[in-house]
Write a protein that binds this ligand. Structure first.
Ligand code: HEM
Length: 222
């Protein structure tokens, strides 16, 4: 009789560290592009960023929905249905007077496996960690005084830590049970890159670069 050794906690724990380490550069690039900690951030520019994020989330969520239809048990384990955020981004965009961009990013990776779905979700869910800092920054900006509280960056509020812990647990379990950590990491990097590419010409803050002439107003909401 064979003995099932069960999850290997050592290799499983490493996947989260690997994800963070392997995507450090991509995260930094995206952070720089979005530049949400800019002390001169205006509601107009924030709206432009939310507009890009919304279009990206709509597209990436469609791919995750397709994966969830083929792997419903895995999708339920990671509570995919409760992690959707496009509608939250849409509501905040509307609150800022913006409208969704009908253009969609072309190269958003579609996860074909649970490995790829978890790698993609790592990027989306991890953004709620930085979101806490972004919210704190926005709350202190005089230019944002007229803007009500936004939910896009920390959609889980006080449950942010618990939701992230649950995501990490499911991801580690998945890898410990035979998931492909390399595939997870590749999907996470592709997702970061795809989002950075989609956002790269978003309207920049008043100070640095001139507006992109190919995109009048930088696709800014009205
Ligand atoms: C200007 C925008 C952003 C800032 C300032 C920022 C900042 C941060 C900070 C401070 C953390 C660490 C939080 C902690 O350890 O408690 C973090 C984590 C993370 N952020 Fe961002 N972030 C930004 C945007 C984003 C976006 C747009 C995404 C992806 C859509 C993203 C993905 C992640 C991920 C995946 C992690 C988890 C890293 C890990 O622990 O493995 N971030 N971010």
């Amino acid at each position: 009789m064979t003995h099932d050794p069960g999850p290997d906690p050592q290799s499983a724990a490493d996947v989260m560290l690997r994800l963070r380490t392997a995507t450090t550069d991509e995260h930094r690039e995206l952070e720089g592009t979005l530049d949400l900690l800019d002390p001169d951030l205006t509601p107009r520019r924030l709206g432009a960023v939310l507009q890009r994020m919304h279009a990206f989330w709509v597209e990436v969520e469609a791919g995750l929905d397709a994966w969830a239809a083929t792997e419903p048990a895995d999708a339920a384990a990671v509570e995919w249905a409760d992690r959707r955020r496009a509608h939250v981004l849409a509501a905040d965009l509307a609150a800022l007077g913006g409208t969704p961009d009908p253009t969609r990013p072309a190269d958003v990776p579609v996860p074909g496996t649970t490995d790829e779905a978890l790698g993609t979700l790592y990027v989306l869910e991890g953004s709620t960690l930085g979101g806490v800092f972004i919210d704190r920054h926005l709350a202190g900006l005089p230019a944002m005084a007229g803007v009500g509280p936004l939910a896009s960056f920390s959609p889980y509020g006080e449950a942010t830590g618990a939701r992230w812990a649950a995501f990490r647990r499911v991801t580690r379990d998945h890898v410990a049970r035979g998931g492909d950590a390399d595939a997870l990491v590749s999907a996470a990097r592709r997702t970061f890159r795809s989002m950075a590419l989609w956002c790269r010409d978003v309207q920049q803050s008043a100070s640095p670069s001139p507006a992109d002439p190919t995109r009048p107003g930088g696709g800014v909401p009205a």
